[in-house]
Every structure is written in C-alpha cells, then in structure tokens.
Design a protein around this ligand. Sequence first.
Ligand code: FMN
Length: 474
Amino acid sequence: MSLVLGIGLRTGTSYRELRDLVYRALTGVVGAVESVVTVEGREDEPGLQRLVASLGAQLFTASSVDLAAQVVPTPSEQVGELAGTASVAEAAVVLSGAALVVPKQKSAGATVAVGVVEAAAPGYSHADREVVHRVIAERRDVRRGFLDKPVDDELLTRVLEAAHRAPSVGLSQPWDFLLIRDVATRQRVHDLAVAQRDAFAASLPADRRAAFDGLKIEAILDTPLNIAVTCDPARGGRHVLGRHADPRTVWFSAAIAVQNLWLAARAEGLGVGWVSFFDPAEVGEVLGLPAHVELLGYLCVGHVEEFAAAPELVRSGWASRRPLAWAVHQEQWGLRGLPGEVASATAAVRDAVASGGFEQVGSQVVRVLVVDGGSAASYLSAADVLVVQVGAEKPAADFGVLWRPARTADEAVELGVEVARDLVLQGAGELLVSCVGQSEVAESLTQGLRWGGLACGAVVRRADEPTAVTDSTA
Ligand SMILES: Cc1cc2nc3c(=O)[nH]c(=O)nc-3n(C[C@H](O)[C@H](O)[C@H](O)COP(=O)(O)O)c2cc1C
C-alpha cells in the first residue's frame, strides 16, 4: 500500500519533532510513505527535508488556494488565518487523490495526516472514483418535481452519447432512442399507462391497493421530453458474437444503455423516470414502431431541482432495499454474506431473530401456501394468496406462484428464509402460512418462512394457529 503524508509546519520545526509526530500517526498503518505534500513556501524547511529523505519519499507542494478548496473533516480557523487554508495536512492528502486514513494529528509546531493511495486505474484519482460511486448512489427514478424548462439539445446529445457508449453483445448496439415531445402522442401513451395502472390496482389486495393509490408511477405529461428506448433483437444479422447461446443478451445490452443514460442524466441535473405500465406492443403501435423493433423502456425526462436521497418506493413505505449481504453468495448458492464474512443463510437468520428484526415492516398480510406439486393455480383466486410450490416440476408462469424446487430439506429452509425476507421487503408485515401436503421439503420451507419472517420483524403464524409466533424455537 502506498501512503501519502500531508504535513503542515511552522518555520523552524525540528526534524525530531516531525519524526515523532509522523511515527505516531503511522502507528498501525501498513504501507510505505511514497510522497509528502506540504503548502508552498515550507518545502525548504530543513526539518522537513530531513524527514522526507529519511523516509525515502518525494516532497511535493500545493498552493494554499488549492488546499483551501478541499473538503476536510477537521478544518481549523487558526490555521486558516496563518496559512490561507483551513487545513494543510488533511487537505494535502485529499488533494493528492489519496483516501484519508489518519485524520490530522498535532504536535507543538506541526500537523500531519495520512492517506492511502489505493492501487487504482491510472488516471483516476480517489476523488474521481468517489464521483462515480456518488452518481450511482444518487441516481433516482424521478416522477415528481419536474421544472417547466426545455431540455437543451446539446445536453440531451451528451446524455444520449453516454447511453450509446453502453456495452453490447457482439457490439450489436441493439438500441435506438425515439425522442417524443408531441403532447398528443404523449397523451395517448399516458392513456395506456392509466389503463395499466387501473388493471394493476384491481389485482391488489385491498390494503395494498390503498397504499398503491397514493403512489405516482409516471410523469409522461409532466416532463417536456419522453424517450422510448427500443431494441432490435436481430440487429447485426446472423452471426453476432456471443448472442447465439443466449438471445436475452441483446435485451441486457439495451437495458445497460438506459442505465448509462440514467447516470449521465443524474450528473447533468436531469430527472429520469422509467415507466413500465404498458403492453409494449400497444406503445409500439402508438409510436408507429416498425414491427421488428420492440419497446425496451419508456423514459420521462426533464430538469429537476433536487433528487431524493432514497427511492420513492422506500420513502413511501411500499418497499425496502435488499441488503447487499443477502445478494452475495460465497462459492455455493445459499452461503450468503459480504466478501470476508461467509455465513449460511440459516445461521445468519437465527442470529437476526435473536437480535430482533428489520427496521421497515409493512402492514400487508400475505397468506402463503406451501404446496408440494399439484395444481398451484387452483389456490390463486384470492389476491392476498401467494403459493410457494416446491417440487422439481416447473409450474406454469404466474406471479402468484413462486417456484422453489428445493433439492434438500436444508435448501428448503434457506429458500423459505429468502422468500419471507423478500416478502417483507415488498411490504408484508404478517405471513399467514399453511403447508398443503406433508412432505419434509415443504415443512422445511415452512420453517424457513417462519425464521425469515421473524428475523425481519414480521408476524408469522400458521394458518391454523390462533396466535402469533414470537420466537424462533416455536
Ligand atoms: C425496468 C424498470 C421499470 C420501472 N418501471 C417503473 C414504473 O412503471 N413506474 C415507476 O414509478 N417506477 C418504475 N421504475 C422505477 C423503480 O421503481 C425504481 O427504480 C426503484 O424503486 C428504485 O428507485 P431508484 O431508481 O430511485 O433507486 C422502474 C425501474 C426499472 C428499472
């Protein structure tokens, strides 16, 4: 690991004082000091020069103006008055592009801060990388708060260029962008979305429908610009490299173009809202798309003053974000955990049950029927029922049936845990579980549902049990 020292010092500070201060700051930090940065005008200080030589490092300087422009954790008014910058040591580290790992340490006449320069792609400073991660974290799906301001052509071209730089299978570049400003066209598209919204609302259980009524799901008429992103699945002809084995890859490619567009728009202050309340063929017809071109995504685009800190669906309590640790498996499916912390789902969930729950739990009651084989569809007439079907035979596609073909009882537990957790993320607060049939796998999955639900703070009851289960040993 390569280290950077930022050093501020008074005239005449001795080598010994600097050395002791630096060694104290470096305690517990692994790596070699490769550079020392100080403010212009202090580079000739004998104590500093001797320190730099003894470390075998290189000495750099920065102007007080550049240092003053850095955001640091511990600025000092006094240093500001003396040196023209509120920080020398920390600002020098930040300015050098290193990650600050030891904040400012002081002696009588000097300050030092330590930064780590991670092995990174050449040409990207720490600050550059931070910006990439920030724009990813701060991208939002925006449906409200659009300004009455047209989207400038140059800006739009920049954003489209970002989309057009997306990776694509065999470099097939299967996307196109249809820019729609015409109000009459947008009104017709809007009508389609309203019809789909009504259909979705009608499919929901009453409590969920009430919550859905308060959600805004599109901004088709609120933004000056809509963009239909299309996909030509056959673009490039017969031998597109990499597509032959998995034709879905053209769709992935086009979806990545949307993500590029979304990120670039975020950095430019443009809000983007993706609307999928459509039958794509109906939109294609309104837009007059050729039959071989299909709608991938419909985007509402416009200037906004601010971007919410969290997704709208989170802020409204409709759904929650899934912890990364649930999504990362180590070597084998089901061994979930972040890099460096391998744990089985079951063990992790038992711990979570003991430590008591998840923060955001909704109020939706879901009746979960665990079914081993058989005709799951026959249970689906009530909107609050979810069938979890175990068994190797894949049921007909229906979002009311979750197929969980557990191969062993242990796997069934883990799949049950996962189903329950993901239901809680989608607003469930109570799971009313029944197990149809008596197979070991179905019973194990039911046990997993119980653990997973309880771990997230939901109430879990067997359908035939009158009272709520409140602990994992039940
Ligand atoms: C493929 C896709 C389709 C989406 N469709 C809709 C939609 O029809 N209406 C809507 O309000 N949001 C839609 N969204 C936005 C999601 O609700 C949003 O991305 C999610 O809640 C996370 O919020 P964030 O994008 O602000 O991080 C869609 C997002 C994607 C990726």
